[in-house]
Design a protein around this ligand. Structure first.
Ligand SMILES: [Zn+2]
Length: 107
């Protein structure tokens, strides 16, 4: 993967990358508009790479059409998952499992 980390907004391939304040405990987010948000709290370069790789895994899922979401639901491979009682980010969720494996592969 080509990482271009020069001037903000950062671009990772064709994915805009923004460094922002995220809610407590959230280190990164892949948005369904094709952007990735990274928490300003991620300072450690190894952790930074891991979080970015994980979110790039989600971006691949979003861009391929496998993953989408709105305020109420997550849509993954044709199934609808209510976000109401979801433990967001849990590695038991199939799209998280995918992103973790993707990240392992590229880091
Ligand atoms: Zn994730």
């Amino acid at each position: 993967m080509a990482f271009k980390l020069n001037n903000p907004p950062y671009a990772v391939d064709n994915t805009p990358l923004y460094h922002v304040d995220l809610e407590e405990g959230v280190l990164g987010k892949a948005l369904n508009n094709g952007s990735i948000l990274m928490s300003k709290d991620v300072k450690d370069p190894i952790q930074y790479k891991e979080v970015l790789a994980h979110e790039l895994g989600h971006m691949q899922q979003i861009k391929s059409g496998a993953l989408n979401y709105d305020d109420n639901n997550v849509y993954y491979k044709g199934e609808t998952y209510s976000r109401k009682n979801m433990k967001e980010g849990s590695d038991k969720l199939p799209w998280e499992d995918y992103a973790n494996k993707f990240a392992e592969k590229i880091t």
